[in-house]
Structures are given as C-alpha cells and as structure tokens.
Design a protein around this ligand. Structure first.
Ligand SMILES: Nc1ncnc2c1ncn2[C@@H]1O[C@H](COP(=O)(O)OP(=O)(O)O)[C@@H](O)[C@H]1O
Ligand SMILES: [Mg+2]
Length: 347
C-alpha cells in the first residue's frame, strides 16, 4: 500500500542542482530518515515525494502507482512539520478538523476520526485550547494529529522536533515511532541531527550536496561508513590517509598512516593504493602499547571522557572510561585491525 519507489530523481533550480539522481525504495511500514547538513536537499526531496515540487527528472511511485505528475491532494501522503505550523487562531479541535473539512468529509466521519486521533495522542482534554495555551510537546502532538487524521499510508516529517528542548525531543521521538508502528505507516523523516536519525530509523539515507552518500541501517552506517563524509557526519570519526604496504594473505594488511604503521583488516585494497581510513574515538585501546600521544584537551562527559590527543603534529579524538587522564599527560594507545575502516580512494 504505502511502499515508495524513488527512481533517478533530479532537481535543478536554474543552474543549481539541488538533487542528483536519487534512487531509494522504502517498504510498507518502514521508517527511513533523510539525514544531512542544512542545504543538502532534504526538504526538496520530501516536497517532491509529497507533490509540492515537481522533479526535473525521475519518477516517484507510491503503492505501485506512478504519482510523479499528481498534485499533493491526490497522493496518499501527509506532511508533519514543526509545531509552529499550527493555525494559531484555531483551537486544537479546529486544527485537527481543518484538512478533513477541506476534503469535504461528512460531519460524523470528521468527528470520529478526530476523536480517534485525540485519544491516541492523549489530547482529549486540550481540544478547546488554542495552540499557544499548550506545552511544546502538546503542540507537536497536535501537529502529528493533523497529519494522522488524514489516514495517509505515507507520513512525511520535516524536522518536526527542532524547536523542542532536548528532553522533550527524546519523549516525542519515542511517541512518533510508537504511533507510526500502531498505524503501520510508511514514514520518511527529515533531520540534520545524526543522533535522532540513528535512534529512530530502520534505515538512513545520508545526503551530501544533493547526492545520496550511503543508504543503510544505523548500525551499518556507524560500523562501516562508506565515505569520509559519512564517517565524520555520523559520530565524528577520526579520518586519516593511509598507504597500503602489504597484505599477509591471511586477512590482514599493513597501512602506513600519519600516526604510524597499523594493521588493518584486508579489504582487498592493493599495495601502493592510498585510501582514507576512519576509526571511532571509543575504539582507541588506551593504555595498550603501540601508539604514543600527548593529551591537548580533556572534556569530562560523565560516563566517558573525550580527549583530543596530539600524535606528532596531527590531532585526533579518543574516548575513555578512565577519568584520571589530564591535559599534558602522555598516553599510549592501540587500534585493533577490525576497528580501522577503509573509505574512498584519495585523488
Ligand atoms: N525554490 C528554490 N529556488 C532556488 N533554490 C532552492 C529552492 N529551494 C531550495 N533551494 C536550494 O536547494 C538546496 C536544498 O534546499 P533544501 O532542500 O531546503 O535543503 P535542506 O532541507 O536539506 O536544508 C539549498 O541550497 C537551497 O538554497
Ligand atoms: Mg529543510
């Protein structure tokens, strides 16, 4: 019903190419997030899926139907924005009824859908209030409710949590996921917040300057980023260049890097090739012999400490559960072969 197929979607605004040949299939009931920095094309892609913008090239199918040229109201999609998109002069009830009245549904049908959604979202006691009489979380639930009353099979979210404070954001994102599963909706969710994307999604599309850099599960994106952009954007990995020296034929290879010669898992990269490599700050085995560094900055975070370390002129981030390491201290650390990830070729 709500499966989506995006094929080769491109969008130009004059000379500027906002999206370059995006292809993506989203299964019925799946929750997929478009993640990337401001200006990378997230909203443009969402608007193309919902029909508010026509693509320059490519095709959108929803539930097996080619909807590329259909107007938004003829698509089985609903959009949910930040809560300030509510009508300020209408009550909660009127906000929820608005889209249904525009669709000219009968009184009873409207009343029954609004009752159902307001119960599910625990808004029944707020129905006669104006949006500015509600808390931020309640406003966000009304915004979600306004999309849900339309009974779409696809729900699209454009940074819905960005004006909520951190604690509320965590609550509302759990709620969004619960409702999406309850109604078995196919969801496409837009955010620039990598933690939100990792926490909520079945799969994530990492967008960079209108291109999809990687489409994968949160776990795979974190453990096996395909490019230095993904490695850095998700969990801010350390990225460095390395020249493959030799492979031992038994699954390991040696790589010359700015921090020394390291052993890595053999990824089939031929000797002499120069590649970018990444490793996660928390993978540094601090106290193990191998690499030496000086701590230049320390930030205590509670259950771990973030350290910036200088290894002969280059700075890297490491994390440790130890709280006894201070700025100026010399440390040793090691990286395990499996924790070094090969990224794109250099040059
Ligand atoms: N109507 C438009 N005309 C010209 N450029 C646009 C238009 N809409 C968006 N853009 C440009 O396309 C790029 C992507 O925008 P957008 O999809 O809104 O990014 P995001 O939602 O990821 O922040 C931006 O550089 C933006 O300036
Ligand atoms: Mg946007």
């Amino acid at each position: 019903m709500g499966a989506i197929r995006i094929s080769g979607v491109t969008k130009s605004f004059g000379e500027f190419q906002a999206l370059s040949s995006i292809s993506l299939e989203v299964a019925q009931g799946e929750f997929v997030t478009l993640l990337g920095p401001s200006g990378c094309g997230k909203t443009t892609l969402l608007k193309i899926i919902s029909g508010f913008i026509e693509p320059t090239d490519g095709q959108i199918e929803i539930g097996g139907e080619n909807v590329t040229r259909l107007p938004p109201e003829q698509r089985d999609t609903a959009l949910c924005f930040q809560s300030y998109a509510l009508f300020p002069h209408l009550t909660v009830r009127e906000n929820l009824e608005f889209g249904l009245r525009q669709k000219k549904l009968g009184r009873d049908e409207i009343a029954s859908r609004v009752r159902d959604v307001s119960t599910k979202l625990e808004l029944a006691a707020q129905m006669d209030k104006l949006p500015n009489q509600l808390s931020g979380g309640q406003q966000q639930r009304v915004s979600l409710g306004r999309a849900l009353v339309m009974r779409p099979s696809v729900i699209l979210f454009d940074e819905p949590l960005s004006n909520l404070d951190a604690k509320l954001r965590d609550q509302v994102r759990i709620e969004i996921r619960r409702i999406q599963k309850d109604y078995d909706l196919t969801a496409i969710y837009v955010t620039h917040d990598q933690a939100e994307a990792l926490a909520m999604s079945d799969r994530v599309v990492v967008l960079n300057q209108g291109r999809a850099e990687q489409i994968d599960t949160p776990e795979r994106l974190y453990a096996a980023p395909a490019t230095s952009f993904v490695a850095d954007f998700i969990g801010s990995a350390n990225v460095m260049e390395g020249t493959v020296l030799s492979a031992d034929g038994a699954g390991l290879c040696t790589v010359e890097t700015p921090i020394g010669v390291l052993e890595a898992k053999d990824a089939g990269v031929p000797p002499g090739a120069i590649r970018r490599l990444s490793w996660r700050p928390e993978k540094a085995q601090i106290g193990e012999p191998g690499l030496t560094a000086t701590v230049t900055h320390r930030a205590f975070q509670g259950h771990f400490t973030d350290l910036t370390v200088d290894t002969g002129g280059t700075l890297y981030r490491v994390q440790t559960g130890r709280d006894d390491i201070r700025e100026g201290d010399g440390i040793t650390f090691a990286l395990r072969p499996a924790d070094i990830v090969f990224l794109e070729a250099v040059g």
